[in-house]
Design a protein around this ligand. Structure first.
Ligand code: GAP
Length: 604
């Protein structure tokens, strides 16, 4: 029974998103386009608040991170260097009956009885003619042998599609099947063998659609950061360790867009590439490399931090970020990828998961969570690739390292050089450089390290704006009860967005719209607050209705201008308003001139 409830909850959330103009289908009047979504007035504000807060925390409040805004279409060589042209592909399978396409790795394993057929013959052949036949083998999986008639019906449908009017099935045999992913869970039909499908959207630059003009819509924002690393480092006068961050659109031709805006074909990413010294350089400078001890935030960055400490630092920083915008820690999962799940160049990756209502349940019956963000320690792979493919040096010169190296004893120098050499050689060999060239180049690079020159390593926290918007929407959604005008309890939907990211921060209501004195005052309050935050002015309908509308929009505060404001109940209350809290529904009286500071404190 748990499953329908979850789907029901998602349906209610999706319906609210549409009703309140948070998110709806792209190109809706033409029936929509699968995997593309538009954000309406409230959704656009929500997304902007997410991105603004991320940008503030990740760069404006830090000395060691700078921003970048690069183009979506870049030189196609970038995608060769990054590996996207060859390896950014998902295995896909097609249903042989419906032709629907699925990601092979998302097919749930199934068990049951498979009915195999060697082909079919057409009963509908006119008399005297040789019966039409189809020799294509086909299979159907059903949960139990007694569903044989269903299996035969599916098989007949399959052969009808192959041109037989009234197929008579041939060569039927059965087989008990365990945990197979060869069959479509929706109808039991056999699927095609898995084939790789590149997820990048291809286009042509210029008027000629030729191979040399092929370009791609970027599938991630990260590569522009790597490609522009040297320029940004120079113009910003940053020294390693430092980061470059970017927010922007990314495009992936997902085989199976699903779960509303969770997996779409056009989405936004917020990515940071934080460049650090290789551990050998840290050891030379600081004498040893600090390793994480125990759980929790490792504190202020220190000169002896190697990749492990920086990785841990960014995981904790990112978890704190989610808390600051209202996602409780219990709704998140910190998932450390297992060695066999890691990309070949990654040293460690932590996926930060949110327990979406549509997540699968783990063995304890808890929602297991789906990825919001990955925090990856990517070694020096990315910059090394761009150095190889562009022929441009991606190295930095580190004065401190050069000076520290001169102070090392010979034993230490040899140990660090050897370790660095081994790492670089391993990378070059994996990158298919001939062994002798890899050896020679790695030696040169190890010698360069001793002179203070290296390719920085990187820690990458990479988050999706749309997935985060969905997590915030799911987290905010509540159904409870609130009193109506007459004090009778009625059901209300309330979006408990954190004030920090709520689309509208405050609604301003004149108690009655047909009393010009109230309206004038209310417009004054609106104009006082408007330069500081998003304000919604609403004079339509009973005040209770107006509250309800704002509850559904997730507006955390409501300001009502009433007769007390005008001084009709005595001078003491003149120029005060009621301030209503969305969650507690409590109201307090506040002086108008105190509103800006008070509200700004709450939404900061
Ligand atoms: N540069 C690393 C990178 O792109 P990723 O795990 O493929 O890593 C990072 O993507 C984040 O981008 C994901 O954690 C997710 O939040 C978001 N994302 C990826 N594919 C998405 C899709 N099809 N729809 C929505 N968000 C997506």
């Amino acid at each position: 029974m748990a499953e329908p409830k979850v789907n029901d909850l998602m349906e209610r959330i999706v319906s609210l998103c549409k009703r309140r103009g948070l998110v709806f289908q792209s190109s809706e009047i033409y029936g929509g386009i699968n995997g593309f979504w538009d954000y309406g007035p409230l959704g656009a504000e929500l997304k902007r608040n997410i991105k603004d807060y991320w940008w503030r925390v990740m760069t404006r409040l830090r000395d060691d991170v700078v921003g970048l805004e690069a183009t979506i279409i870049m030189h196609p060589k970038i995608w060769e260097a990054s590996g996207h042209t060859t390896t950014f592909a998902d295995p896909m399978v097609d249903c042989l009956l419906t032709k629907k396409r699925y990601r092979a790795d998302q097919i749930d394993p199934q068990s049951g009885m498979a009915y195999h057929f060697s082909g079919a013959e057409d009963n509908a052949t006119a008399s005297g003619e040789k019966p039409k036949t189809c020799g294509e083998a086909y299979s159907v999986l059903v949960a139990e042998a007694k569903q044989v008639e269903h299996a035969r019906k599916v098989a007949r449908d399959f052969y009808k599609q192959r041109g037989l009017g009234d197929p008579r099935l041939l060569g039927e045999r059965t087989e008990s099947v365990q945990n197979s992913t060869r069959y479509n869970p929706e109808n039991g039909s056999l699927l095609t063998e898995a084939r790789l499908f590149n997820l990048m959207f291809k286009t042509y630059v210029g008027p000629v659609e030729s191979a040399e003009n092929v370009a791609y819509l970027r599938p991630e924002t990260a590569q522009a950061i790597f490609a522009q690393f040297k320029t940004v480092a120079e113009v910003s006068r940053q020294k390693v360790p430092f980061g470059i961050c970017q927010i922007g659109k990314a495009f992936r031709n997902e085989i199976n867009p699903r779960n509303f805006i969770f997996r779409s074909r056009e989405f936004e990413q917020m990515e940071l590439e934080f460049f650090i010294r290789p551990d050998e350089a840290i050891e030379a400078i600081a004498g040893s490399v600090a390793r994480p001890e125990g759980a929790g935030h490792p504190g202020k960055p220190q000169p002896n931090w190697g990749w492990q400490m920086w990785h841990k630092y960014w995981v904790e920083e990112r978890l704190a970020f989610y808390g600051e915008i209202g996602l409780p820690r219990a709704s998140l999962v910190e998932y450390w990828q297992k060695p066999e799940e890691l990309a070949h160049y990654a040293r460690a990756t932590v996926d930060i998961l949110y327990r979406f209502p549509f997540s699968k349940r783990d063995d304890n019956g808890e929602l297991a969570g789906e990825e919001l963000e990955g925090v990856a320690a990517r070694s020096d792979f990315d910059l090394s690739q761009h150095q190889r493919f562009s022929g441009k040096a991606m190295t930095v010169f580190d004065e401190e390292l050069k000076a520290a190296w001169a102070r090392l004893d010979d034993q230490k120098k040899t140990a660090l050089t050897t370790r660095y050499f081994e790492g670089r050689r391993a990378y070059l060999v994996r990158a298919n450089e001939p062994a002798d060239r890899a050896e020679r180049q790695a030696r040169e690079e190890a010698a360069a390290l001793a002179n203070g020159t290296y390719i920085p390593h990187v820690i990458e926290p990479s988050a999706g704006v749309d997935r985060l918007a969905l997590a915030l929407i799911c987290n905010a959604y509540r159904e409870d009860e609130a009193p109506d005008e007459k004090g009778k309890l009625e059901k209300r939907v309330v979006m408990r967005f954190s004030p920090r990211i709520a689309p509208v921060k405050v609604a301003v209501f004149p108690l009655l719209k047909n009393r010009p004195e109230l309206v004038v005052k209310a417009l004054e309050v609106r104009d006082l607050l408007r330069p500081l935050m998003t304000v919604y002015y609403d004079d339509g309908g009973a005040i209770g209705r107006r509250y309800r509308r704002q509850d559904e929009a997730g507006t955390p505060f409501g300001v009502t201008i009433d007769f007390e404001t005008l001084g009709e109940q005595g001078e003491g209350l003149k120029d005060t308003v009621t301030l209503r809290d969305r969650d507690t529904m409590k109201q307090v009286r506040v002086k108008i001139h105190e509103l800006p500071t008070l509200l700004q404190e709450k939404i900061r």
